[in-house]
Design a protein around this ligand. Structure first.
Ligand SMILES: [Zn+2]
Length: 137
């Protein structure tokens, strides 16, 4: 049966979104615990330094553990950083943080985003390539 726009507008059908399957929490191994301690001690301060250096303002920073991204940025100006960043060389860590800071202005990967990233981190292309050699644990 085909659903028409009219069906939707007049409530003849309802669009329901199934709840996304809840991801199981990653195991808090001693290694992860140690990384979290290091990450909390280091990342918020470094993010503040980089933000200050390039004139970015964010709302809050949280340390996360997931296998889907190194960092993320929300529309509310919150930045999440993966504790796995502590396993990266310093320049890659900084690159991820600068990338997320640029998302405070552009929440996409469009040309304006890339122009801004280019300004604050001219080597971003090679850094992004190197980042792919690392795995999230
Ligand atoms: Zn991005």
């Amino acid at each position: 049966m085909a659903i028409t726009l009219g069906d939707i507008l007049f409530g003849r059908v309802r669009i329901v979104r199934t709840r996304p399957r809840r991801r199981r929490a990653l195991p808090d191994t001693p290694e992860v615990k140690a990384l979290r301690v290091e990450a909390k001690a280091y990342l918020p301060g470094r993010l503040a330094e980089l933000a200050e250096m390039f004139g970015f303002e964010y709302n809050a920073v949280r340390i996360k553990h997931n296998r889907s991204n190194w960092g993320s940025c929300s529309i509310k100006g919150n930045i999440n950083l993966n504790l796995n960043l502590m396993c990266l060389p310093e320049e890659l860590r900084d690159y991820v943080m600068l990338h997320e800071l640029c998302h405070l202005r552009y929440l996409n990967h469009g040309p304006e985003f890339h122009a801004l990233l280019e300004k604050v981190c001219p080597e971003h292309r090679s850094l992004q390539k190197r980042l792919k050699e690392y795995k999230l644990i």
